[in-house]
Design a protein around this ligand. Structure first.
Ligand SMILES: *[C@@H]1O[C@H](CO)[C@@H](O)[C@H](O)[C@H]1NC(C)=O
Ligand SMILES: *[C@@H]1O[C@H](CO)[C@@H](O)[C@H](O)[C@H]1NC(C)=O
Ligand SMILES: *[C@@H]1O[C@H](CO)[C@@H](O)[C@H](O)[C@H]1NC(C)=O
Ligand SMILES: *[C@@H]1O[C@H](CO)[C@@H](O)[C@H](O)[C@H]1NC(C)=O
Ligand SMILES: *[C@@H]1O[C@H](CO)[C@@H](O)[C@H](O)[C@H]1NC(C)=O
Length: 247
């Protein structure tokens, strides 16, 4: 009897390990294959019209984070890449008015921590989380609507078509968008932080005084905590990666 238990214990352990590694690796692609690690910058460079986005991915280090997370997460990722034209069409100064925290958030907003094929986007339940959502599912989401081969993405502030894919294989999808996805939370009426140019509504009688108090009252720790959540997200990715190594 005691002998059987001695045999059973390691067997059970093996079973648990197998089971847990199976569940964790389940949605992953059938082995990365011999191709080198996925490099978002290289994919975008091939596309030939993403200089600004590449630059922003680089200075915010979001690009490097995507490369790491796409390699470690079983969910994959989806990136919406605005063209250089899209950035040129922004109102002058739009990006410069953002703090560096907000710039990071804007770029994170173009990345979703899950792989979506075009078909997935047609049937996905809105809103879709982005890397800017952090743990707070309710904010910085994207809405997708469409029919057949045309999918639109909406931020609550802008809406545009999801055009062709630069890459559409797990674990990374990269879609071209011809507008910068300006989050409603940053630019819309109910923005969380006063970053956009004050809306032109003379009726509300916003004086210069009002503007400066608004600025002074900006919750300076707000984006900080957002960053922390994002960091946690990536940290979790790393933990999952370590677990994979273990099993
Ligand atoms: C990714 O590709 C870019 C452009 O081809 C290159 O400059 C960069 O070193 C690559 N990064 C990695 C981690 O290989
Ligand atoms: C990325 O940013 C670093 C500084 O953070 C800079 O040294 C490097 O040249 C940049 N690379 C590209 C491709 O812009
Ligand atoms: C990707 O993951 C593999 C193992 O899962 C590891 O060997 C490789 O170094 C990782 N690449 C990057 C760029 O993190
Ligand atoms: C997405 O749609 C829901 C309702 O369908 C709406 O409440 C929400 O504000 C929308 N969000 C965005 C980012 O468009
Ligand atoms: C998609 O968005 C474009 C504007 O970019 C609009 O003209 C078009 O009607 C939208 N399509 C759908 C199906 O909502």
């Amino acid at each position: 009897m005691a002998n059987t238990r001695l045999y059973l214990a390691p067997l059970l352990l093996v079973a648990v390990v197998l089971l847990s590694s199976k569940t964790m690796a389940q949605p992953a692609a059938p082995a990365p294959g011999p191709a080198g690690p996925i490099n978002l910058t290289a994919i975008l460079e091939k596309g030939g019209q993403f200089t600004t986005f590449i630059h922003l991915l680089n200075i915010t280090q979001v690009g490097a984070q995507v490369n790491i997370q796409v390699n470690s997460s079983s969910e994959g990722m989806t990136v919406f890449a605005p063209t250089d034209n899209a950035f040129q069409n922004l109102k002058p100064g739009t990006l410069n008015k953002l703090s560096s925290d907000e710039q990071v958030k804007l770029i994170l907003y173009h990345v979703s921590p899950k792989f979506y094929s075009m078909d997935d986007l047609l049937s996905v339940s809105n809103p879709v989380r982005t890397q800017a959502s952090g743990r707070d599912n309710g904010i910085y989401g994207l809405n997708f609507t469409g029919t057949a081969n045309q999918v639109n993405v909406s931020t609550g502030y802008v809406e545009t078509r999801v055009s062709n894919a630069l890459r559409d294989k797990r674990p990374l999808a990269v879609y071209v968008v011809d507008m910068v996805l300006l989050p409603g939370e940053m630019f819309g009426e109910h923005k969380l932080s006063p970053v956009a140019p004050a809306p032109k509504s003379p009726a509300s009688g916003v004086s210069d005084d009002d503007k400066s108090t608004k600025k002074a009252a900006a919750p300076s720790d707000k984006s900080g905590s957002g960053e922390m959540k994002v960091g946690l997200g990536f940290g979790l990715g790393l933990v999952v990666m370590c677990l994979k190594f273990l099993f």
